[in-house]
Design a protein around this ligand. Structure first.
Ligand SMILES: Nc1nc2c(ncn2[C@@H]2O[C@H](COP(=O)(O)OP(=O)(O)OP(=O)(O)O)[C@@H](O)[C@H]2O)c(=O)[nH]1
Ligand SMILES: [Mg+2]
Length: 390
């Protein structure tokens, strides 16, 4: 599957930069194309300058709203981010359309942090614009949810997240949910290391996008996951999981065909899938998924139909409502890894929480404002009969 990736705001731009790296890796290591264009759009000059892999010209690093923000961002006001993206949407669409490999693109992936201003506001408006222009191409959003400490301390965090998520859900074909917090709890060495988190966010897409683009017979699985399968799977709220096994120590089993080796491989497959489920990009209950997909990548000698079937049975057990698609991707020397997508989620606790808190916040704000207005009315009433000096 081939994607055009557009990063909006700082978070989005940096993750798009990561996708640009995946694209180069696929081309140099595997001779295939998975990224037909990587762009960063921002109101902030410094953020655009800090990127590494996205081409540095104005056609790939797109500055918007320069008159309104003087190149310094929108200071977390996502309404302003939305407005600027709306005003400059033609400029963005024009450069994307001109990209060399654009016609081969299967889908768009727009990326942003929910809690900021530029990305949070721009992602739904850009999605809407693209949707109107490219009816035939699906448009996906990948939205990064804030760290726990940001929710506690920064006033607009939850409000921005709620407005961004609702708007994105209304226009995008699917919304990948990525929880920044989850990468901290998983491994404390990545604490506040955003670059590492970004690499972890992008990594599962590597095999997923490559699998259907392979041309060499030895890398073509018995069940191929291609763009069609992915497009059929992605709809509404979506999470991803990725699990990887450690390479087996040499000489553990006696030789080819050792029965313990076979049993151990099936076990290892289920273990890796368990890991992928345990480390979903946002915690949720797999039973709430309406669709699912898994892709098993492993050296071909470690992979057989039995293992794929075993993993399918396992996933069906925990996501019984989901229509599941499956595939395998034989690799030469990679360790065994599993990518899982759970889509069409009917309930996601964290997202519902943002909506509830924001509604409470709006109603408190309204009450407070009404109270102030009442007092003002009171004062005006009270001085009605006082003579004025004007
Ligand atoms: N995973 C990840 N999260 C990031 C990164 N940069 C920022 N964030 C998160 O994104 C949110 C802030 O959004 P930004 O992208 O910085 O904001 P922006 O879109 O540039 O908007 P303004 O700066 O307000 O104009 C916070 O929740 C951050 O934790 C990053 O590189 N990786
Ligand atoms: Mg910014």
């Amino acid at each position: 599957m081939k994607l055009v990736v557009i990063g909006l705001g700082q978070c989005g731009g940096r993750i798009a930069d990561e996708f640009a790296r995946l694209g180069i890796r696929a081309r140099t290591q595997r001779g295939i194309e998975i990224i037909t264009g990587a762009f960063a759009v921002n109101t902030d000059v410094a953020d655009l300058t800090g990127l590494v892999t996205i081409r540095p010209d104005y056609r790939h690093r797109i500055l918007i709203g320069a008159q309104k923000t003087s190149g310094h961002g929108v200071g977390k006001i996502n309404e302003l981010g939305a407005e600027i993206a709306r005003d400059d949407s033609d400029k963005i669409i024009d450069v994307i359309r001109m990209a060399e490999r654009f016609p081969e693109t299967d889908a768009f992936l727009l990326v942003a942090g929910a809690a900021g201003g530029t990305g949070s506001g721009a992602i739904p408006t850009m999605t809407q614009f693209l949707k109107e222009r490219y009816i035939e191409k699906p448009i996906y959003n990948l939205i990064v949810l804030p760290f726990h400490h940001e929710e506690e301390t920064e006033g607009r965090t939850i409000y921005n997240a709620a407005t961004c998520l609702k708007s994105a859900y209304l226009v995008a074909d699917a919304v990948f949910l990525i929880d920044n917090q989850r990468y901290i709890s998983e491994d404390s060495s990545v604490r506040s290391n955003l670059a590492k988190i970004n690499a972890l966010i992008a990594e599962p897409f590597y095999n997923l996008l490559c699998a259907g683009e392979e041309k060499k017979p030895q890398y073509i699985g018995s069940r191929i996951i291609d763009a069609g399968d992915i497009i059929q799977t992605l709809t509404g709220w979506t999470v991803m999981g990725y699990g990887k096994s450690q390479p087996r120590p040499k000489g553990l089993f006696q030789g080819k065909g050792d029965f313990r080796e076979k049993a151990s491989e099936t076990q290892k497959g289920v273990h890796v899938m368990n890991k992928a489920i345990g480390e979903l990009s946002l915690q949720c209950n797999p039973a709430d998924a309406g669709r699912g997909l898994y892709l098993l990548s492993a050296p071909s000698k470690e992979m057989d139909m039995n293992l794929i079937k075993e993993l399918g049975t396992y996933l069906k057990g925990i996501a019984p409502e989901a229509l599941i698609r499956a595939g395998d991707y034989p690799r030469e020397k990679d360790s065994l890894n599993v990518i899982i997508i759970l889509s069409e989620l009917s309930y996601v606790k964290k997202i519902t929480g943002y909506f509830t808190k924001t509604i409470d916040f709006i109603s408190t704000l309204k009450k407070r404002r009404e109270g102030v207005e009442y007092e003002h009315r009171g004062i005006e009433e009270a001085f009605k009969d006082i003579p004025t000096l004007l």
